[in-house]
Design a protein around this ligand. Structure first.
Ligand SMILES: CC(C)(COP(=O)(O)OP(=O)(O)OC[C@H]1O[C@@H](n2cnc3c(N)ncnc32)[C@H](O)[C@@H]1OP(=O)(O)O)[C@@H](O)C(=O)NCCC(=O)NCCS
Length: 146
């Protein structure tokens, strides 16, 4: 990866934040024929948003939603189409786990798309319970104790 590679926390409302919304819209919503509502995005204010940038352009993003002072829910994990399978998703998940541990969280959980379950398994997340539908597609609940 290039020398202008950077993973960082993104502040709500900034240009970096707008890039993360665009990326998430392209990768997670448009393929389902959906777009973000104002209401959905207002949740971002209360979440930790992490982005991976190459030459100041976002290529990967995810949100961490505190469910308690112990558990974070990982949401909206998205890597730019042309940059998938190059280790970017793994890097932002590992960065998030380090952030979580530094901030005394002990667990990360998520509703993983069934198509992405094997990606999370490789990072030692475990399935819990049965498959279910969310936003019209199949998911599994997964978690990892940090
Ligand atoms: C799923 C996603 C976040 C993974 O990020 P990525 O940068 O493409 O993945 P990485 O390159 O870091 O992959 C790490 C490992 O997982 C594997 N992997 C990646 N995506 C996978 C998938 N969908 N299914 C199975 N394995 C996958 C890679 O082959 C790699 O394996 P290796 O370590 O043996 O080489 C990304 O592909 C993406 O945004 N997909 C579309 C949106 C999506 O499904 N988001 C997740 C919603 S829960």
């Amino acid at each position: 990866m290039t020398e202008n590679f950077e993973i960082k926390l993104i502040e709500f409302g900034t240009d970096d934040y707008k890039q993360s919304v665009n990326l998430r819209e392209q990768i997670l919503r448009k393929p389902l024929g959906l777009s973000f509502s104002e209401e959905f995005l207002s949740a971002d204010k209360f979440e930790i948003i992490i982005g991976l940038f190459i030459n100041n352009q976002i290529v990967g993003s995810l949100n961490l939603k505190p469910l308690s002072n112990r558990i974070l829910k990982m949401r909206q994990v998205a890597v730019k189409n042309t940059m998938q399978n190059m280790g970017i998703g793994k890097k932002i998940v590992i960065f998030s786990e380090n952030y979580a541990k530094e901030n005394k969280y002990t667990e990360i959980m998520m509703h993983a798309r069934t198509t992405a379950v094997d990606f999370y398994k490789k990072l030692n997340y475990f399935i819990e319970g049965d498959e279910f539908f969310e936003v019209g597609i199949l998911h599994y609940k997964m978690r990892k104790i940090l």
